[in-house]
Design a protein around this ligand. Structure first.
Ligand code: GLY
Length: 404
């Protein structure tokens, strides 16, 4: 009996001990990002084509592969977004000029019909940060126009935005992908900044419908949910970029964590907070020791398969926000997890360092298609610098969303 009392007491003590702080030197990590941004700008040359956006670097290369800003290049807003974060970090006027120029080459997307749901990634990572840091009216106007365009993809029968109009036939109906959760932030923002309240309603309904159909009971998600366009009935959950229809694609789960954290921030509705926590737990309990996920948690080839540093960066950033909304013990656990992710990403294994001018190596874009496997990819860098700035703000103000 005495033995059990001692054991229970020891376990209780261990459980209540403060978590071991993982050192992340956020200023030194931001200095690293600053150095890499300057290397990238030097590589892009003095006579830049501002419509060509850095997208990726293959493991056997050291040069950015750039893609032209276009409606079907979903990553074109991340490089301008990286530059805005870099400007926020350094207040360097020359970086601001570069950010303005790259951002301006996306304006045409606010003036044409929606190609797909990626308008949020494209225009909020670029123009959203531009407006946040400058307050320039022109940026606000462009975001409002784009939010209205994104809303044209909403199907009220289904209750979600159609992610890929081009794939209705191939996938068997109205399709919504988990990534689409990230694009709701632009709708919430627009509804608060001069746009229609309908944009808020669409974002909330999209989040509710996705919560109902896009997840398994254990909190893991499908990549794609397919619905009947006319009746709105849910048909099936499936994958596109993951290992299989029943597997958990790491970045899809990352988008879910980030997305529901944003939806809770914007609605203050506890059902979204509880859901954000549920999908977070489903992700954290599947992580390997270094907190950087394999590209799909259920790839049978683990550990002999690729990681996805981009998912780690997305989740680190999301957790630094989510920890502000939860009880103290959960908050400490989320901060600990986020700092472990950032510490791993800052290690030699994941840093691009002198090998190439990106921030991070080892992301996986679309493994089933054989595309961007173990690459540096621009969205990993975007969410990495965002997470570092959030950590810096948290350390200074205990509020990751503090603005300039
Ligand atoms: N489809 C967006 C992504 O690869 O996460």
């Amino acid at each position: 009996m005495q033995f059990f009392k001692i054991l229970t007491g020891t376990l209780t003590l261990l459980w209540s001990l403060p978590l071991v702080a993982v050192p992340v030197d956020v200023d030194s990590d931001l200095d690293y990002c600053d150095a890499q941004v300057h290397k990238s700008l030097a590589q892009l040359g003095s006579d830049k084509d501002y419509t060509m956006m850095p997208r990726n670097i293959s493991p056997d290369d050291s040069m950015w592969h750039c893609r032209k800003a276009s409606p079907d290049e979903w990553c074109a807003g991340f490089w301008p977004g990286v530059l805005w974060y870099e400007y926020e970090s350094t207040r360097d006027a020359a970086i601001k000029k570069e950010a303005e120029r790259y951002t301006a080459s996306l304006e045409f997307l606010s003036q044409r019909p929606a190609f797909d749901h990626d308008l949020g990634f494209l225009m909020f990572c670029s123009y959203g940060n531009a407006y946040r840091l400058t307050g320039d009216e022109n940026y606000r106007r462009i975001i409002l126009a784009t939010a209205d365009t994104l809303a044209t993809l909403y199907n009220p029968k289904v209750g979600t935005i159609l992610s890929w109009p081009r794939n209705i036939e191939m996938l068997g109906g109205h399709n919504t992908i988990m990534d689409n959760m990230i694009n709701l932030e632009m709708l919430f923002w627009a509804s608060k900044n001069g746009g229609s309240h309908r944009l808020y309603d669409i974002a909330v309904k999209h989040a509710e419908t996705t919560m109902k159909h896009h997840f398994r009971p254990d909190g893991t998600c499908y990549h794609v949910a397919v619905y009947d366009q006319k009746s709105g009935k849910f048909i099936k959950g499936m994958t596109h970029q993951g290992y299989s229809d029943s597997s958990t694609w790491a970045r899809g789960q990352a988008w879910a964590i980030y997305g529901y954290t944003t939806v809770y921030r914007e609605t203050h509705n506890k059902k979204f907070l509880n859901f954000a926590k549920k999908v977070t737990e489903a992700y954290l309990c599947r992580l390997p020791d270094d907190y950087i996920p394999y590209w799909d948690f259920d790839d049978p080839a683990i550990p002999d398969t690729s990681r996805d540093a981009s998912a780690a960066a997305v989740v680190a950033s999301a957790l630094l926000e989510l920890q502000q909304y939860v009880d103290a013990d959960t908050a400490a656990r989320y901060r600990e997890a986020a700092t472990r992710m950032l510490a791993s990403l800052a290690s030699d294994k994941y840093r691009s360092g002198n090998r190439r001018p990106s921030f991070l190596d080892h992301s996986t874009g679309h493994r089933p298609a054989g595309s961007e496997i173990d690459y540096s990819i621009i969205y990993a860098d975007y969410y990495y610098i965002e997470a570092l700035l959030r950590l810096k703000k948290y350390n200074e103000h205990k509020n990751v969303l503090a603005t300039l």
